[in-house]
Design a protein around this ligand. Structure first.
Ligand SMILES: NC(=O)c1ccc[n+]([C@@H]2O[C@H](COP(=O)([O-])OP(=O)(O)OC[C@H]3O[C@@H](n4cnc5c(N)ncnc54)[C@H](O)[C@@H]3O)[C@@H](O)[C@H]2O)c1
Length: 325
């Protein structure tokens, strides 16, 4: 009898980041051999410290803009700063991480015949003229603005994934991730959920940019990780792109009120000018994810916000400086 092991060697780039650390945690719990690669640009050892003594977890400090040689069965390519504050800090490096990083990881996947999943983004739709956004929509993206290093870098990475698939028969999966939130988000990355929660916990005014009527959809991290796992496990004919996000929209005002309610905060709401290129509305059409893997978000916003607030409260209680990454 031939024994076929279901335990895989899995590489997670960006594994010490917000999403990557949750993915590593899930994969380690499933018994896989997990190699977490990170250059700690926005990642933090705190996110993976509980995994460091697990025999099936390995941490490799490495920048994916340089080639990497490891033997693996699957690659999740998550390495890339994800919030405007972080990706605009060094925009050239951001594009390099998306583009050179994709080339290096695709090259590795080609050499070891690994399956590879790209963490793409709803930002590939830019400031969309179609709502909700389905995967057929090609987007409305500014190629020369301050957000372009991220948006265009991610678009180019998708192009590379599909060219490696067509040219080299590589087994690819492309996930387009919409706003995701949860424990281990960066406290000060300018993203709306972390901003609001930290401001509320510290009793500071909650800052809304613009009139607060712009909408966003928020997916809880556990739901998102389930989606990425589901997509990776589909058969080779499924390549994507597949949207993952929450189709239920909230305005910034509603979100601010929800955060005030779960934290019991005394904070008031304050309005400031809208930054350049800020999309007015973003909402996923998740029919494809539903059809292919029966995926849809399950965690209610109030429950997810509560868990997120508990996480930030623990950091504050432990005296972690939320002003530093
Ligand atoms: N969180 C979201 O809402 C969201 C939405 C859309 C897409 N995504 C995508 O998901 C991925 C993970 O996002 P996140 O929210 O966890 O962000 P994050 O900043 O917490 O994680 C990114 C990780 O990548 C690492 N990294 C950055 N550049 C690197 C490089 N050159 N080499 C090695 N490691 C590098 C960082 O140190 C960090 O640990 C990103 O690719 C992001 O574009 C996230």
């Amino acid at each position: 009898m031939t024994y076929v092991s279901r335990i895989k060697r899995i590489l997670v780039t960006g594994g010490a980041g917000f999403l990557g650390s949750h993915l590593c945690e899930t994969l380690v719990a499933e018994g896989h051999d997990v190699a977490c690669v990170d250059n700690f640009f926005t990642g933090n050892r705190r996110n993976i410290s509980h995994l460091l003594n697990q025999p099936n977890f390995e941490l490799i400090r490495h920048d994916i803009t340089f080639p990497l040689y490891v033997e693996v069965d699957e690659i999740y390519n998550l390495a890339c700063p994800a919030s405007p504050v972080h990706y605009q800090h060094d925009p050239v490096q951001t594009t390099k991480t998306s583009v050179h990083g994709a080339i290096n990881m695709l090259g590795l996947a080609k050499r070891v015949r690994a399956r590879i999943l790209q963490a793409s983004t709803s930002e590939v739709y830019g400031d969309p003229t179609m709502h909700p956004q389905s995967e057929q929509y090609w987007g409305h993206v500014n190629p020369i603005g301050p957000r372009s290093c991220y948006d265009e870098g991610k678009r180019c990475a998708e192009t590379l994934f599909f060219d490696y698939h067509r040219q080299h028969r590589l087994r690819i999966k492309v996930a387009r991730i919409f706003n995701t939130y949860g424990p281990r988000m960066h406290p000060n990355d300018g993203r709306v959920v972390s901003n609001f929660v930290v401001q509320a916990l510290q009793g500071e005014p909650i800052t809304i940019y613009g009139d607060g009527l712009q909408t966003r959809s928020f997916c809880y991290v556990d739901d998102l990780i389930g989606g990425l796992r589901g997509l990776m496990n589909t058969d080779d004919s499924v390549v994507g792109p597949v949207n993952f996000g929450n189709p239920v929209e909230s305005t910034m005002r509603q979100l601010a009120e929800a955060v005030i309610s779960v934290t019991g905060s005394i904070s008031r709401i304050e309005f400031k000018a809208l930054p350049q290129d800020d999309p007015k509305q973003r909402c996923p059409d998740i029919s494809r994810a539903k059809d292919i893997i029966g995926w849809q978000p399950r965690v209610e916003l109030m429950d997810g916000l509560r868990k997120t607030a508990e996480y930030f409260e623990r950091l504050l209680t432990a005296g972690v400086d939320l002003g530093r990454r």
